[in-house]
Design a protein around this ligand. Sequence first.
Ligand SMILES: [Zn+2]
Length: 111
Amino acid sequence: MAGSGNRMGIDMGMRCKQCNQPITSGNITESAFGVFCSEGCKDKYETFVQRAQQLESMRRPFSLSRTLKTFIGKVIVILILLIALGVLGTVMPDIPILSDIVRTVREALGI
Ligand SMILES: [Zn+2]
């Protein structure tokens, strides 16, 4: 008598998405993500999917805002340097080395 086969249930022709074991009518555990061989596998897979989604949703805006902040930071530093040079040239127009740079900068900025 093939008792173990009956106890295992009928092979459903599917495999657990978590551990890849064959699904039978005796161990089938269905969820929104698919079929699993046990509640444990279902929980593991759901936790994995949720964590992956969290990481995915956290990563994208974070890296974008960081790139943007770095870019804006550089632009602000350059602007401050240019404005400082322009102010310096206006306050002290007699510095010969500066005046050339200042003229170029002021022409570029339109001031
Ligand atoms: Zn499993």
